[in-house]
Unconditional design. Sequence first.
Length: 256
Amino acid sequence: MADAADPPATPQPQRGQALTKQQLLAYIKKQKAEIARLRGLVDAKEAAPDGEESRVPDAAQGAAAAAATEELKPDSERVAALERQLEAVKARAREVVADRVSKARRQADGFRKQHSDVARQLDETMMQLGQERSEADRLRAELAAARRALEEASSATAEPAAALEGQAAMESQLLAARERADAAEGTLAEAEARRIESEARRAEAEAGREAAIRELEALRHAADPKNQGVDSMNADAASGASERLSGELSESKAES
């Protein structure tokens, strides 16, 4: 029987009532303390020598303690059942966390491979862009040379020709120079278009790589056992986000 100075008793959970982990632990602790106190009263009463009855509760109080002990036996059994239930919940939670961590790690490994593919694709794009730039520089040089030749040919045809053969040769050279200049301008335009396209692919690959790095960090955070909980909804959400990211990266790679 509790003294007047004892704190208010923890409300007993009803059958079928859902308990949080903190409530379950508090209830078990309270019941254990009450059982230990009552058993201590009974043991002290039985062990008291003659003449020292005043140091222990009187017979009525001892009988009340014994009755309370009997009354708390169902609670003791319920506490034991709740402890077993708690251990089962903990074991299941550990299994769920281990499974989620393993799955997240496998997904992270797959994502690292995809990230490596994106980085390799970016390197290839940069190399192709360098080649396109070199080709564009070469074509610009050829175009400048063709223009100089065209100007020289134009100057030469403007002067009085010494002979008809020389004039015809100059006109032929001028026509050829114009054709080379036109061809060089067309090739330069194509090279410029390829360079712009390569720049766009490089920017897209760079953005994909940065997004991949951010998502990889998020997966590492989710795979850390310190950040794992027993909330299956959060674990399912993290798993779904990782699967969605893998699909998006696969589509991005196919489009590239």
